[in-house]
Design a binder for this molecule. Structure first.
Ligand SMILES: Cc1cc2nc3c(=O)[nH]c(=O)nc-3n(C[C@H](O)[C@H](O)[C@H](O)COP(=O)(O)OP(=O)(O)OC[C@H]3O[C@@H](n4cnc5c(N)ncnc54)[C@H](O)[C@@H]3O)c2cc1C
Length: 488
């Protein structure tokens, strides 16, 4: 569908990412002090290296109740919205009042013991052998079971991971996602809910799904050179067919619920050896449900060498088949783990060689999608990044292409507790912007908190700038006598 003829629309206000008074208008001074404390602690390599031992010690010394209180006053309070759907409401509503929406993300992780990881690896291997009964080429290595796929939380600092040991477990994860969708619907009229597909299917099956019967995927595209997508159920074994059907059914249940609740579904991207399955399943669900508008959003990781091919292929497919394209663009959360695995197993590193190369791919993909949006009013994209340069690039291209924020085709996304200096100015200027909002009981979100802490210590320049701005605003409030600022 083409864009309707231009009508008079309000001018797009300029966004000032350096105006701390505006950026932190929704925050009380003690919240700013907490952010400053937490982000400064995250910047200490010595503390980070020992943070797990320190947390265990604190729990032992303080007891569970005091430990929970301490966490809520610090890391948990910074990065997690609350324990359940009820307790997160005030924060969601406050953010909403300042123009920032929510993508609810139930943050409980499955814990995988080393024994479970070992057992899963053995299952992986025997299923791969049963299936192939042949040797494995170097390129196929990427999609083979390996000890390095055992515990996927190893080396992951930027995302949650699941491991679905049984069909019953997958069903129970689906119930969790359903509750999350309900909560998103109740929280706002224009919400998102995040889901991880590895929570809905068994790992050895997800690894096996490539283009059925086709040779292993070439380095340039995860769906095979031809771009053909054979009927999903053809050429699988009976067991795989059953699992594929179940996964598609689970996704169908979630998409239907989301549609009824007026919520959009964001399918998170995960490790490269799962991505072919995740993308295929997401694509099937998009074909079914993205009829009137983009209900289901896929995620593209621009740190991958083949990101541009993947994005353009999906845009083409959506155009040709007539469904609404919806995507979230990220740089990618599993870099260290992907590189270590490629080295250990013996295949080409799937990640771009440098940070600059990743940024160039991100901007190239984004540019391509924005051009598509210009001609197609039913397509949408979320720019999920804390990078101020990327956000500025998007704003500039939107202006050049005549994409108005009121069209709600270009969304922005940041994680709760990170880079408010980007989210809030965008929201107050009328751009659709969302925070990824994890919630769940303290002990169950600890692995998520570890990753947030590690992320803030990492390569991100944004965290350093954020500390400077927080400090600047606290000083401003102190000097102007507005230390007891109450968000209106
Ligand atoms: C709303 C939201 C949703 C997200 N959902 C997902 C998801 O579904 N799946 C997922 O994988 N991630 C997801 N992420 C995390 C995201 O992929 C990034 O890890 C994180 O946002 C940091 O990237 P940035 O653009 O914000 O910041 P920046 O600091 O600009 O970029 C850091 C990123 O650049 C890349 N990079 C760093 N060094 C190098 C190098 N030497 N070579 C190549 N690349 C390099 C890495 O991807 C690193 O994470 C999400 C993030 C947000 C904000």
């Amino acid at each position: 569908m083409c864009r309707p003829a231009e009508t008079a629309r309000p001018p797009v206000p300029a966004v000032d990412f350096g105006n701390t008074q505006e950026a932190y208008r929704s925050r009380r001074s003690w919240e700013l002090a907490r952010s400053l404390l937490v982000l400064s602690l995250c910047a200490s390599p010595a503390l980070l290296a020992r943070h797990e031992q320190l947390l265990r010690l604190a729990r032992k010394l303080l007891g569970q109740r005091l430990f929970n209180t301490l966490m809520k006053m610090t890391f948990y309070g910074q990065f997690v919205a609350g324990e359940d759907q009820e307790s997160i409401r005030p924060l969601i509503q406050r953010n909403k009042a300042f123009g920032v929406g929510s993508i609810l993300d139930y943050g409980v992780e499955e814990d995988l013991t080393p024994e479970e990881a070992e057992r899963t690896e053995m299952e992986f291997c025997s299923s791969a052998l049963e299936r192939d009964g042949r040797g494995v080429s170097k390129r196929e290595n990427q999609f083979q079971a390996h000890r390095a796929s055992g515990d996927r939380r190893d080396g992951v600092t930027r995302a949650r991971t699941y491991f679905c040991a049984s069909e019953a477990k997958c069903d129970s994860h689906m119930e969790t996602f359903l509750r999350c969708i309900e909560a998103s619907g109740g929280a706002s009229e224009d919400g998102f809910s995040a889901i991880k597909l590895t929570a809905l299917g068994r790992p050895q099956f997800l690894v096996n799904v490539r283009t059925p019967g086709a040779p292993p995927p070439p380095p340039c595209t995860h769906r095979g050179l031809t771009g053909r997508l054979e009927p999903v159920l053809s050429q699988f074994t009976e067991e795989e067919e059953r699992q594929m059907t179940r996964m598609l059914q689970r996704m169908g249940v979630l998409a239907k619920k989301a549609s009824q609740a007026g919520v959009r579904l964001m399918v998170d991207a995960e490790q490269t050896y799962f991505q072919p399955a995740i993308s295929r399943l997401t694509l099937e669900t998009q074909r079914r449900f993205n009829v009137e508008r983009p209900l289901v959003f896929n995620t593209f990781q621009c740190y991958l060498r083949d990101a541009y091919d993947n994005v353009t292929l999906d845009v083409e497919l959506a155009r040709r088949e007539g469904w609404c394209f919806g995507a979230k663009l990220v740089r990618g959360a599993y870099m260290a783990q992907e590189r270590a695995r490629a080295l250990e197993v013996g295949y080409e590193d799937p990640i771009n060689p440098t940070y600059e190369a990743t940024s160039a791919v991100y901007h190239r993909c984004l540019d391509y999608v924005l051009e598509e949006l210009k001609h197609n009013a039913r397509a949408a994209v979320m720019v999920a990044s804390h990078n101020e340069g990327t956000v500025r690039f998007t704003l500039r291209r939107m202006e050049e292409l005549g994409l108005h924020p009121a069209d709600r085709q270009v969304y922005f996304g940041q994680l709760l507790g990170m880079c408010d200096q980007i989210s809030f100015p965008l929201g107050q200027a009328g751009f659709p912007v969302y925070k990824y909002v994890p919630y769940g009981p303290v002990m169950e979100v600890l692995p998520y908190l570890s990753r947030r802490a590690l992320e803030n210590s990492g390569v991100m320049k944004g965290a350093q700038r954020e500390r400077q701005l927080l400090w600047q605003e606290l000083k401003r409030r102190l000097c102007t006598g507005s230390l007891f600022h109450q968000p209106a």
